[in-house]
Design a protein around this ligand. Structure first.
Ligand SMILES: Cc1ncc(COP(=O)(O)O)c(C=O)c1O
Length: 387
């Protein structure tokens, strides 16, 4: 007997996202192509993922070659490529001592927070208003999104949220009660909000004094996007744990924790684990990604492209360009939604943000001059016809 449930027609793929009105079938460099072969300039970067551009030949070759050698074996086995990837990442980050590989941003955040709970024995976190750190329960505990949290409040670890970048607010709390302070050095989802070096230094000092673990969530800000390897290098402050994901393997799922020597030396075999973490394909993709970033000067290109976008959007509906490198927020105000639609009609993809007045740009770091010109011209065209 068939139950009624089966008579309801549901899409096989659960519709959890608001999808573009067209499918994307191919990607090349800073463009993606729909099913009619129409090209779109990709300033969204598949949500801040495709830093080396779509299907970079070095990355494609590395993945293909590795797939013919070893697709997977358990983390119990020593795989030289995994050691090589960890070594390259530690060298790139220039500060942390060790790496733990996992598969996503939320998994990296989850593990970073678990480590802080374990090492401090404390039971609460400090995070910041506007934060987004992922959807698993610990990551959600430190995410300031009432809508995402509302069904799970009973299961979340107590977290204090302070205003981001507010120096005075730091004095109002007792840091010794927190296992960890977690922050996005640039708050992306909140509308690409930045703060200054002095504030990061103050947070670092307070964590040192209180024995609190400082976690930089560099899932978006890391891997050269800001024109330096990590935001830590932009702001001159090192964390105890850095989380990364998104662009580190050019779109092959991968996450990582970068651990200071002090933190890493307190962890022992069995404390962290993940079946697929640091799989051979992801490690090959990470090494290829780093090689492209270095050989093609992508950090310098990110800075240059950023300057071109900032100067090109002057005198338009864009009243300010927030952010660093190629993590940018265009402050547009009430016309933001209309501009996003107009850009899409002109085959330019950008992202929205938690601030309805800010559009986000998170494109490939090897963004072409042609793409920038198309963006700038279209913003000017929109501005001329907008009262
Ligand atoms: C800053 C930050 N941290 C964590 C995450 C979670 O990453 P993932 O979606 O890979 O789990 C995101 C995702 O957008 C993010 O932007």
């Amino acid at each position: 007997m068939r139950s009624n449930v089966h008579t309801i027609s549901l899409p096989a793929l659960l519709p959890t996202y608001a999808a573009y009105p067209f499918p994307i079938l191919k990607g090349h460099g800073d463009r993606v192509f729909d099913d009619d072969g129409i090209a779109y300039w990709d300033f969204y970067g598949g949500h801040c993922v495709c830093a080396t551009g779509h299907c970079h030949p070095t990355v494609v070759d590395a993945i293909s070659a590795q797939a013919g050698e070893l697709i997977f074996y358990a983390t119990a086995a020593r795989i030289p490529l995994r050691d090589q990837a960890a070594h390259a990442l530690v060298e790139f980050a220039d500060g942390p001592a060790s790496v733990f590989f996992c598969n996503s941003g939320a998994e990296a955040v989850e593990n970073a927070l678990k480590v802080a709970l374990k090492l401090t024995g404390r039971k609460a976190f400090l995070a910041f208003e506007g934060s987004f750190h992922g959807r698993t329960l610990l990551a959600l505990s430190v995410t300031d999104d009432a809508n995402l949290r509302k069904d799970y409040e009973d299961f979340l670890v107590p977290t204090t949220f302070l205003p981001f970048g507010d120096m005075g607010a730091l004095d109002a709390v007792d840091f010794t009660t927190f296992a960890a302070v977690i922050l996005e050095p640039i708050q992306s989802m909140a509308g690409v909000k930045t703060t200054d070096m002095a504030w990061f230094q103050a947070v670092r000092t307070k964590c040192d004094t209180a024995g609190t673990i400082l976690i930089f969530d560099e899932v978006q800000t890391g891997f050269g996007r800001l024109g330096k390897p990590f935001a830590a290098h932009v702001y001159g402050v090192q964390s105890d744990i850095t989380t990364c994901a998104k662009s580190i393997a050019s779109g092959i799922p991968m996450g990582a924790l970068l651990l200071s020597g002090k933190v890493a030396s307190q962890l022992k075999p069995g404390d962290l684990g993940s079946t697929f973490g640091g799989g051979p394909i992801a490690c090959a993709a990470l090494l290829a990604t780093l090689s492209v970033i270095h050989s093609e000067g992508l950090m310098e290109r990110a800075q240059e492209a950023s300057r071109l976008i900032q100067s090109g959007s002057a005198g338009t509906v864009v009243s300010a360009v927030q952010g660093e490198g190629l993590l940018l927020g265009l402050r547009v105000g009430s016309q933001a939604g209309a501009l996003k639609k107009f850009l899409q009609s002109k085959r330019i993809l950008v992202g929205g943000s938690g601030d309805p007045g800010v559009l986000r740009l998170m494109p490939p770091l090897n963004l072409s001059d042609e793409a920038i010109q198309a963006l700038v011209d279209t913003i000017h065209e929109f501005s001329e016809k907008t009262p």
